[in-house]
Design a protein around this ligand. Sequence first.
Ligand code: ADP
Length: 301
Amino acid sequence: MIEVRGLTKRYGDVLAVDDLTFAVRTGEVTGFLGPNGAGKSTTLRMVLGLDAATSGTATVGGRPYADQPAPLKAVGALLDAGAVLPSRTAYHHLLALAAGNGLPRGRVAEVLAEVGLEKVAGRRTGTYSLGMRQRLGIAAALLGDPPVLIFDEPLNGLDPEGIVWIRGLMRRMAAEGRAVLMSSHLMSEMALTADHLIVIGRGRLVADTGMKDFIEAHSVREVFVRTPRPAALRRLLAAGTDVRADGADGLVVSGLEAAEVGALAAAAGIELHELTPRQPSLEQAFMDLTRDSVEYQAEVA
Ligand code: ADP
């Protein structure tokens, strides 16, 4: 539904987006992940026709955003939750948007209900909390019932309840068959929300992969072991295994399952006081990945 081909944006000396190519499919939440400054917002702005590409193309449903006959029916976007007149009520804000885009008035009440703002719709948005403004931004994105939704860092600054709510909404929108693209600089957020992952670093594509595959490929399985004989265990495990000390009597082992470490220790008569598989750090995998992309860039330059 969203297709980006060779997309490039240069601001003077800064190559913000560098020959980016990817597609966002329907029925999935696609996470758009990269460190701050990687080029995510710039890419989304080009997809939404808010910024002109230096070269390359971005289309939604086969057309550039500027050529959409009814943009709000084609794409709903949440870019900046602050961008609403503070003196207007939420109801009038949405009504004006609906009228300006030839959408039925009835949609306003529907989207207010969808985002849970119906009770406060008559209040001026200047009195809204960040979470409420975020919900209003999402109501606006949903107004045209579009098949494509784009959210730029939608979880920033939200309380835990708001985060859970937006995650649920994105999952629901994807389950209805829409294409949902969500940017974030946090891997942990993505792992809980996205089915597919597009990772960029310094404007370049670093990974385009299923979330499950990414987790499989990049999570280093580790086992924490405590033993009164760490040196002996370390010698035993040395070949082909990455072992590092953690405290006086602890070792962190990667490359072996907990059961394998336990079996080796038992066979050698080494007493264990703890044997714990550790949660893989996806955040670390993501940082390794984007750091590599930066190093690779430096090499070819
Ligand atoms: P992200 O959204 O991933 O944090 P951005 O797309 O905001 O990244 O920024 C990518 C790069 O482009 C950064 O180096 C940023 O400083 C630069 N940049 C973004 N917008 C502009 C602009 N209007 N003028 C000059 N540089 C910009």
